[in-house]
Design a protein around this ligand. Structure first.
Ligand SMILES: Nc1nc2c(ncn2[C@@H]2O[C@H](COP(=O)(O)OP(=O)(O)O)[C@@H](O)[C@H]2O)c(=O)[nH]1
Ligand SMILES: [Mg+2]
Length: 201
């Protein structure tokens, strides 16, 4: 009887919570993506003006609910000296969103190096990765095939995990819902990292 009631309580009042890291070089659009996501998924959220976002030093946190799934985002600073802090968060995370600035060809190889270092980290084994080719609203930006070619020697390091490259504009919101919905599906079915159980508040 107790099991039945506690199961019912959990069904009614608990939600599965997943931690998602938002990584990528500084200026890639991570914080803009987080604000855009919160604006789209939280009905009453009045976000800051996207054009007024400034460099992140430290960490931005945001939460969205998609049905009974709660995603908690950690948007970490991407400057070189802050990248060394990323791996402190790996063991806690259920998914990674890696943001690339598709207009910055000059720093593409730097972004690839940071990506490679991240995906080869043992603490992230099996964790789904959404690669966002951001700033696709800029006409002269690199295309998805261009970016996939530049990142091609990372492919065999991705291992057994879900990985999707999604064209996106954090500024206009294009591709944001598709990316988030994909991530929700992946974390929910990933049996290697159980969610945290949280009472609905
Ligand atoms: N055109 C365009 N600019 C963007 C987009 N996303 C971010 N930006 C701009 O890129 C700059 C850096 O964005 P920010 O979110 O602070 O990057 P972060 O350092 O990765 O958090 C800002 O000037 C943003 O307005 C996008 O999708 N399109
Ligand atoms: Mg930022």
């Amino acid at each position: 009887m107790y099991t039945l009631l506690s199961g019912l309580y959990k069904y009614m009042f608990q939600r599965d919570e997943y931690c998602i890291l938002i990584l990528g070089l500084d200026n890639a659009g991570k914080t803009t993506f987080l604000e855009q996501t919160k604006t789209r998924f939280n009905k009453n959220y009045k976000g800051m003006s996207l054009s007024k976002i400034t460099t992140t030093v430290g960490l931005n946190i945001g939460t969205i609910d998609v049905g009974k799934t709660r995603l908690m985002f950690w948007d970490l600073g991407g400057q070189e000296e802050l990248q060394s802090l990323w791996d402190k968060y790996y063991a806690e995370s259920h998914g990674v969103i890696y943001v690339i600035d598709s207009t910055d060809e000059e720093r593409l190889s730097e972004s690839k190096r940071a990506f490679e270092k991240m995906i080869t980290s043992e603490a992230l084994e099996g964790v789904p990765i959404l690669v966002l080719a951001n700033k696709q609203d800029v006409e002269t930006c690199l295309s998805i095939p261009d970016i996939k070619t530049a990142f091609s020697d990372c492919i065999n390091k991705i291992g057994k995990r879900d990985c999707l490259t999604q064209a996106c504009s954090a500024l206009t919101g294009k591709g944001v819902n598709e990316g988030i919905e994909w991530m929700v599906k992946c974390v929910v079915r990933n049996i290697h990292r159980p969610p945290r159980k949280k009472d609905i508040t």
